[in-house]
Ligand binder design. Structure first.
Ligand SMILES: [Zn+2]
Ligand SMILES: [Zn+2]
Length: 368
């Protein structure tokens, strides 16, 4: 059952990585054991921190207790060996009663410059897109309002637009879908380019129209999913200066976010970046880790072929849910297996390049 991928072992066996990886496997299996048997194991089974510093570029918070969430995230930095945590706002609709946006936690985040940062628009810009999809109105008034809200968020200090969505299954927030080349997404790309901030996009991969995967329920999800990859490419091509981070590599619930698709898109679109998320409680259908906790060889090759295009975005919630395995922990188990030069880029350098000085200046200061 716990088959070691022979090909991967052969590939790595003569390199220094192999030694590091084998040591890590021991940690991995212990930590995985601790995940599934947490209640029975002694407290000594502590989570394994990152072997080198990283930025957690995609996290969420308890909107009912912003101060507590911020305390918990700041306390987690040392435990995880994270240099910084970036909060994202869950993509939402105007109809959802729990909707909120950046303002709910902004003053608390601002108390920790260089340790915490935040994106914005998941609860407003994204809701405006969903409304526009429903009404069919993307006219001048709607666009004006959308632009004004985006600029307001930037004035308040968000470092990116997120979490936006183009295909999102029902979960913390409702089922949502929009064409990634919707006029408001194109406008957002222009605003992102103009202000040099990225867009963080949650989008299940749907290369062709398809029925909802059988393991998901409709309702609340749509019974049919509309093709979105060609439209996503139109968004990327619309303004090549707009950096788009495609969230949740490793958390693929259609089964179509393959190494091949990611590779083709990365090759074709230099403004595309990807966040790595591996959730021990909800493995995606194209999961980068094997049963033994080791990175699968084709995914490792993708990360090393495009070392400048990935960041760590585990989607961890703060405070960390007590009864759930930790997303950050599983994602860091993957991170710790990367070759050192690739790990350095994916850990901190890429985030600094994508976000510019709102992240880079703090990382530089932390080093000195
Ligand atoms: Zn998401
Ligand atoms: Zn998220």
């Amino acid at each position: 059952m716990k088959r070691l991928p022979g090909k991967l072992l052969t590939t790595l066996s003569l390199s220094a990585i192999a030694i590091a990886a084998l040591v890590l496997v021991a940690h991995v299996s212990l930590a995985r054991q601790s995940s599934s048997q947490a209640a029975k194991l002694p407290a000594a089974m502590e989570p394994v921190p990152a072997v080198t510093s990283f930025v957690e570029e995609h996290a969420h918070f308890d909107e009912k207790d912003p101060a507590g969430a911020v305390r918990s995230a700041v306390a987690a930095l040392g435990r995880e060996n994270a240099a910084m945590i970036v909060f994202q706002i869950s993509p939402d609709t105007f109809e959802h009663p729990g909707r909120y946006d950046t303002e709910i936690i902004l003053s608390e985040v601002k108390k920790h410059p260089g340790k915490l940062a935040i994106t914005g628009g998941g609860g407003s810009l994204n809701a405006m897109i969903m409304k526009s999809v429903a009404t069919g109105d993307a006219g001048p008034e709607v666009r004006k309002e959308f632009k004004a809200r985006a600029e307001e968020l930037l004035r308040e200090g968000v470092i990116g637009f997120g979490e936006m969505t183009a295909e999102h299954f029902d979960g913390f927030t409702p089922y949502q879908a929009a064409p990634p080349d919707h006029p408001l997404f194109l406008l957002l790309a222009d605003l992102a380019a103009e202000h040099n901030v990225p867009i963080d996009l949650h989008m299940e991969a749907v290369p062709q129209d398809m029925p909802l995967p059988a393991d998901l329920k409709s309702p609340p999800n749509a019974s049919r999913l509309h093709a979105n990859i060609a439209a996503f490419e139109r968004l990327l091509a619309h303004n090549p200066r707009a950096k788009v981070i495609w969230a949740h590599l490793g958390s693929d619930f259609t089964g179509f976010r393959t190494v091949e698709l990611d590779r083709r898109l990365l090759l074709g679109h230099p403004n595309l970046y990807m966040e790595i998320k591996t959730d021990p409680d909800a493995h995606g259908k194209t999961y980068p880790l094997g049963f033994d906790g080791k990175i699968k060889s084709d995914w490792l090759k993708l990360f090393t072929d495009f070392p400048d295009r990935f960041v760590i975005g585990s989607d961890q919630h703060y405070p960390e849910p007590k009864d759930a395995d930790k997303r950050w922990q599983e994602t860091i188990l993957l991170f710790n297996q990367l070759p050192a030069d690739v790990r350095k880029k994916i850990g901190t350098e890429n985030v600094a390049a994508i976000y510019g000085n709102s992240v880079a200046s703090f990382l530089r200061a932390a080093k000195n």
